[in-house]
Design a protein around this ligand. Structure first.
Ligand SMILES: Nc1ncnc2c1ncn2[C@@H]1O[C@H](COP(=O)(O)OP(=O)(O)OP(=O)(O)O)[C@@H](O)[C@H]1O
Length: 235
């Protein structure tokens, strides 16, 4: 098995300065749960952007769903992106759409019938604790509420990969645990999960999760756990 995501000697340089990310080589197994952690500025968001195809690497190879995506033609990008749910650090909700309509968006884009999307959207609103805010618009929601709408929108279409950048940064510990449970449930259904977080308390909450640590643009992988299959001796 080759993994759903493969990075091979990937490097990223913004402009003409030093590389922001260097020598990234790892494989994520389909159906795995991965945390990406590391200090502020280590490059977590930059790595995720390459994974969800909003940033091309300056060197190296990236394969998604068993296809080389570095030289992907622009016309093919939407097809790949539809298979990846993204929770952006800055949410990126559509301000003139209600919470309900923001969450319904991926289903509408996928052509789901209006009659069939009401129940899943309402269930998702309830799951993230916003059942009574369905008609509220993002500018009238708190940061934590907006974050929960963003998470609901990212997971509702059951993407093959879910990428979440600091998805619990604006919520209290109880809600963070609930959201993580939602990711875990999605993972059980087969979605590969990648969560970038500063919050080291989150890391122990998903027993099956692998932890990827970035430090100054390099991945720390002393045990080789990011290789699939893992090394036979477990070290
Ligand atoms: N578009 C860009 N142009 C130039 N430099 C950038 C750009 N995006 C990020 N950087 C730089 O790349 C480095 C890594 O940033 P990145 O946002 O990936 O780190 P991070 O680990 O996600 O940080 P944080 O935890 O604070 O969100 C930083 O030094 C940042 O200033």
């Amino acid at each position: 098995m080759s993994g759903i995501v493969q990075f091979e000697n990937v490097g990223l340089r913004y402009g003409t300065g030093a590389e922001t990310l260097s020598d990234l080589s790892f494989t994520l197994a389909a159906g795995g749960f991965y945390f990406l952690t590391g200090p502020s500025g280590a490059g977590k968001t930059s790595l995720l952007k390459m994974l969800y195809l909003s940033q091309r690497p300056t060197r190296g190879a990236i394969r998604l769903f068993d296809e080389d995506v570095v030289q992907l033609r622009r016309a093919r990008l939407p097809g790949f992106r539809r298979r990846i749910g993204v929770v952006f650090q800055d949410f990126r909700l559509i301000p003139h759409l209600s919470a309900f309509d923001n969450i319904a968006l991926p289903l509408r884009i996928a052509g789901v019938d209006e009659r069939d999307l009401v129940t899943p959207v309402r269930e998702m609103l309830a799951w993230v604790g916003l059942a009574d805010r369905a008609s509220a618009h993002p500018p009238t929601l708190s940061g934590g509420e907006q974050q929960r709408v963003a998470i609901a929108r990212a997971v509702i279409g059951r993407p093959e990969i879910l990428v979440a950048d600091e998805p619990t940064g604006n919520v209290d510990p109880e809600m963070a645990a609930r959201l993580l449970h939602l990711f875990d449930a999605l993972n059980t259904l087969g979605t590969t999960i990648v969560v970038a977080t500063h919050d080291i308390h989150l890391l122990s909450r998903v027993a099956s999760a692998n932890v990827m640590r970035l430090d100054r643009g390099r991945l720390q992988d002393p045990t080789g756990a990011l290789r699939y299959p893992p090394k036979a001796d477990g070290h």
